[in-house]
Ligand binder design. Structure first.
Ligand SMILES: [Zn+2]
Length: 277
């Protein structure tokens, strides 16, 4: 699943590779399905793509925004989109849910595993789209300061049941983070996903703030996480500490075996010793 680090990495690659390309044709691919969320028919997409020039690409949160002509923006990300650039048609995937053919012979495809998004929106609507929410501050923005982060805890009542997982991925939420990046961020902060947010000390909040920034920066600098691939099909260089295959493996800090539980609609992985609950 694409989260903030992959959105940044892929947006940079799309900006460098696709900007200025002329589009011959584009549509919703050869296998549209109901978990490939879109905002129009394949014919609608074809009419918008035909003859346009690709503009710049940027990331916001988990979304990748690519300008298509003067009036539209392609919005990818937030789900299981595999976004690929091809120079050789022999490398095209058999099934895809977005297909764009460029005048210079290249192709962009999006293949969705599980569910994902290929929105082609009027540009004026992009900032307000629920997946974009342009006004929200993301954790690698300059505005994501220690003061800003601390203030997120202020509305919690003393008896709040909000856990750190819920605090990070849902409400108030750190924009661009999901259940994937969450795991290593909490490991480095030595905090358990079930820990009540309101019960954390100032020192723990500072550790969490520092971990959010440092872990995400590392993920971006290393080209994303190693179980995600970039625009050219290359896996990221960030090796996750906590993931499905690390269950039972020894914690590098203390040697205790990593554990897994189901919590809030997804798996959580943690060290039962280091991560304070
Ligand atoms: Zn440990």
């Amino acid at each position: 699943m694409i989260e903030l680090p992959e959105a940044i990495v892929i947006a940079r690659q799309m900006d460098a590779t696709l900007k200025g390309k002329q589009i011959v044709s584009g549509d919703r691919g050869n296998t549209p399905h109901k978990f490939a969320f879109a905002n129009g028919t394949s014919e609608d997409y074809a009419a918008i793509f035909a003859g346009q020039t690709v503009g710049g690409s940027t990331a916001h949160g988990m979304s990748i925004l690519t300008e298509i002509g003067a009036d539209h923006t392609l919005v990818l990300g937030c789900g299981g989109e595999r976004i690929s650039f091809h120079t050789d048609e022999r490398t095209l995937p058999k099934k895809h849910q977005l297909f764009v053919h460029f005048a210079d012979g290249g192709y962009l495809t999006v293949t969705i595993s599980g569910w994902g998004n290929t929105f082609l929106l009027p540009r004026a609507e992009v900032g307000q789209h629920p997946h974009v929410q342009q006004e929200r501050i993301t954790p690698l923005d300059d505005a994501f300061t220690w003061d800003y982060f601390q203030a997120l805890f202020a509305p919690l009542p003393p008896d709040s049941k909000t856990s750190l997982k819920y605090f990070i991925v849902s409400e108030p939420g750190l924009w661009g983070l999901g259940n994937g990046c969450l795991q290593d961020i909490l490991f480095h902060a030595r905090l358990h996903p079930r820990r009540k947010a309101v019960a954390t000390s100032e020192a723990e909040r500072r550790a969490l703030y520092d971990s959010v920034r440092a872990t995400l920066r590392q993920m971006v600098d290393q080209g994303g996480r190693n179980d995600e691939v970039d625009l050219y099909g290359q896996p990221g260089g960030y090796r996750r500490i906590l993931h499905s295959k690390s269950v039972g493996q020894p914690c590098p800090n203390c040697g205790a075996p990593f554990e897994k539980e189901q919590y809030l609609g997804g798996s959580i992985y943690f060290c039962p010793t280091c991560q304070v609950n």
